[in-house]
Design a protein around this ligand. Sequence first.
Ligand code: ATP
Length: 336
Amino acid sequence: MPHTICLIEGDGIGPEVTAAARAVLDASGAELTWLPLAAGAAAAERFGDTIPEATLEAIRTHRIALKGPVTTPVGKGFTSVNVRLRKTFNLYAAVRPVRSLRGIRTRYENVEIVVIRENTEGLYSGIEHEVVPGVIETLKVTTKAGCERIARYAFAYARSRGRKKVTVFHKANIMKRADGLFLDCARRMHEEVAPEIALEELIIDNGCMQLVRDPSRFDVLLMENYNGDMVSDLCAGLVGGLGVVPGANIGDEGAIFEAVHGSAPDIAGKGIANPLGAIGSLALLLRHLGELGAAERIDAEIERVVRAGQVTRDLGGTLSTEACGKLVADGIAQAP
Ligand code: ATP
């Protein structure tokens, strides 16, 4: 049975980068069909909701989606689209592989990090209130179940990919209870799931300093939601920026794949966005579905075009979004 993939184009550069990913999938020969769905600011204009019920229902049914970045309209009472999707489908693990690509000039070589971020709780609980005028409280919600779940996922991931070390970034010296719980769960899941893998614990400020000093010393990074949001973008900067890093949001009831970048309104509609993060996310999706051959071909083509210097403006090239996607697609179509 061919799989049906829910496709959310999103806002800003979303339609441009997802069109490129779509062209690549069509060339890959993988037997998948697309189901276009609305979400984000454009959906709010058309349907009065940032995530229409039909979109939720389709994801519930097909359990897998490729998503462009979405904008949540500000000041209209909508909660973040991404947070809502992650909570609705319990997509508790954000997985972001960050690797050096030969051909992109950066300060570092040999970066091969996977950031695993808890995706449903922490500071992104969305619970804020005004205690007294001029004083706002934002709740950081940390549960034992949530911490165990993400730690178990991280160690199982590391083991299944032959990784050697998981480093936990935390702030348990200040948030003794919340991050202390996160750390405690990581230690226990390490023992339970993969004691043969090294466990390293770093206070996050030191971790960030170590990351920019020598990222090649890191392997898998595990952290809670807010820290993971920041560190994912930091890691993207180590390998060429937001345009090249793919991502997956994984849960027990489904998975949504999307690049790390946002809707980038400053370059939207200009045809200059880098589609490689979205195309790489498609490769992650295919791997998730067991279509390993197609996934490997896509990754190999991404490496080939970058090595040849055929890149978009953010990486110092001149290619348009569409031309970049077409190069990858053509390379796949011609591959033996
Ligand atoms: P969000 O809050 O949704 O993460 P943001 O504004 O913080 O959004 P982005 O929308 O990702 O972040 O944009 C940050 C910067 O990176 C912008 O200058 C944008 O143009 C650039 N950028 C993001 N994605 C790409 C891309 N695919 N190709 C080229 N430049 C990009």
